[in-house]
Design a protein around this ligand. Sequence first.
Ligand code: KIV
Ligand code: ZN
Length: 514
Amino acid sequence: MDRVIIFDTSLRDGEQAPGFSMNTAEKLEMARQLARLNVDVIEAGFPISSDEDFEATREVARQVGTLEGAPIICGLSRVGLMDIDRCWEAVKYARRPRIHTFVATSDIHLKYKLRKSRAEILQASVEAVKHARSYCEDVEFSPEDASRSDFDYMCDVLSAVIEAGARTINIPDTVGYAIPREWGERIARIREKVRGMDKVVLSVHCHNDLGQAVANSVTGVMNGARQVECTINGIGERAGNASLEEVVMALHTRKDFFGVETGVRTEEIFKASRLLSHITGIHVQPNKAIVGENAFAHEAGIHQDGVLKEKLTYEIMRPEDIGRPSNKLVLGKHSGRHALAARLKDLGFDLAGSELDRAFKKFKDLADRKKEVFDEDLMSIVTDEATQGPETYGLEYLHVISGTGVVPSATVKLRRDDQVFQDSGVGDGPVDAVLAAMEAITGLKGRLLDYSLRSATSGKDAIGEVSMKIDFDGTVVSGRGSSTDVIEASARAYLSALNRVVQPVGQRMTEVGP
Ligand code: KIV
Ligand code: ZN
């Protein structure tokens, strides 16, 4: 059957959106899951945009791109030759590296953003593709703002870059402006008009500003596109990109209609979605297609009755098709290391040695506090463990007094190397008091920009997961912490953010204009 290439850009276009930025460890953890999901291409970053993004892309290429059967590892670059050099430096370690270069072709972008003529852009595109081809065979080109570009001019650029050696031509609806029928016609016309199109892969990349990203992507497929660029949970600039799980499950469930297949292991979809939520602290809405909490819940009596009699009445997909766990009790207080390792392996975390030791200790602590330990609890523990950066300050002790008619106060002890520091603070509430005590110890003042608390599972003893965004003197970092005690979870979240500024991995440039 005809195969559609799934190109995941969660770590590039997805990560660019506010609140979704990921550090190297987080990108690596996500990239490992994308490899298990068996996507064909991982776009790991935009290496010239910052030292941190360069490092993350390089590490994904080195640590994930070198595995047996690994996906192609791609980096994004503008058409500038230095951008391309930097991109190659990052992706070259992968078994199958790809350079993705792009430039806008719409008159609006040419006139106001690039201040260049059509001829100049065409020439820069050709030079960029030739330069990228001097490094590797796998080169992708995108005419940014394709949906608003003059059709004939854009086709001239595409014919020229194919002649220069581009192997994939990606058509982005950068501003989410297209409507499915019109978009489908545009894709079909590109196929007809562009010289050499039959020898390269035609791709679509749709944004969701008008809520049409998935519809436009699958309409692209119906009109000959054989690569779809998408993101887990549909994260991305503004209203996001086409959601991978929706595109894949639409093509999978309606194979009878589309007549195509993907290589995605659909049973890994749920894990990928939850992992991304754990990492970013941003959860999908309950009614989100495929991965939302209610996506498989039949509440209405008439539906429940039908499903009980015959699942086919209302169920077009099964929860197990996307690897959704039944949320059953998995482990208890007496479960051993071996049982934990086996369960974690089922969840996609292959831990051994000291990593497993730490996870086991956390699991035992949790099992002491909480009678029933669910898959979601384990994911919470392990994701925290796998994605925290180096720990400069560690939490040793926390004591909080709070209540009605009391001024909330906190005493905190933090460990740095082999020294322990203690201080206390008061605040508007217990979290404020804990943060004040930590500021007194570290001397670092952070402004809390965003705070969210969510329970990992149901039940009064559930783990609370706290995500924070904090501004430390102009450097905005995020942090995450979890515990059955929500004040402790808040302290841990703050500390994980603080550890990022005391040991910055790299300096992120705030904006890179094409
Ligand atoms: O939306 C867009 O135009 C992009 C390109 C870089 C492909 O993300
Ligand atoms: Zn995009």
